[in-house]
Design a protein around this ligand. Structure first.
Ligand code: ACO
Length: 194
């Protein structure tokens, strides 16, 4: 995704984490420029959210800067800093956060938990199926110190289900009434009591 401004000067690495403050990590510029930088990050988040919604056929975006400001969530932005003669383009977005959910296992037992969730995930159409999604997802797993099977996924698309199967061997998704999906391995192993 291209922007009128110089993306590389605002997003300082190939994967940038943004949260409530919308301040890019490592921002050391003059405080007078801060509101301008935040406005540009908000623009990026909004445009990536719109593109993700369009790719998923949704009428409204799941990810907006306004929503991010109000929630304890993280947006990971994937940046190609060399594109556009060094001005950079944003090639992907992944949003995660904890949600309080009722999740049922295959035996009908329910758990009221707040697991880490995949809330929105998008790689630009021109860059899909080139391993960028995996790169972004792996970064998130490492940062959040979580195993793929311990994630709940909000309304996964067929592409994302295929992605989880291909890269992490996760299949036979358990669809929940709240539209989240979990996989085998999500639930704690039962402990044998003698
Ligand atoms: N059709 C089917 N499977 C696909 C497709 C596709 N068009 N594109 C990617 N995949 C899956 C496949 O398993 C593919 O492996 P294959 O090419 O061997 O079949 C694998 O993903 C490729 O892995 P990456 O290259 O690492 O993934 P990519 O960079 O394409 O990112 C993503 C995956 C984010 C799902 C991307 O395809 C995308 O943005 N799709 C459109 C938006 C979308 O569906 N987002 C998920 C919505 S649900 C949610 O966000 C909670």
């Amino acid at each position: 995704m291209e922007f009128k401004f110089d993306v590389s000067s605002i997003l300082p690495s190939s994967i940038v984490e943004v949260n409530q403050s919308l301040i890019p990590p490592g921002f050391t510029g003059d405080r007078r420029f801060l509101s301008n930088v935040v406005a540009k990050v908000a623009d990026i988040v909004d445009i990536m959210g719109d593109a993700s919604a369009a790719a998923q056929g949704l009428s409204k975006p799941i990810t907006t800067a306004d929503r991010l400001r109000k929630a304890d969530q993280t947006v990971y932005l994937l940046v190609d800093r060399n594109a556009k003669n060094g001005k950079g383009v944003v090639t992907g977005m992944l949003k995660t956060g904890r949600k309080s959910l009722y999740i049922f296992d295959r035996d009908g037992h329910h758990y009221h938990i707040a697991p880490p969730c995949v809330l929105d995930f998008y790689i630009h159409e021109s860059r899909q199926r080139q391993g960028l999604g995996k790169q972004l997802f792996e970064h998130m797993l490492q940062k959040e110190n979580v195993e793929p099977s311990k994630l709940a996924i909000d309304r996964p698309s067929e592409k994302l289900l295929s992605f989880m199967n291909k890269h992490y061997g996760l299949q036979n998704a358990m669809r929940q009434m709240n539209n989240y999906v979990v996989f085998d391995g999500f639930f704690p192993e039962p402990t044998n009591v003698e």
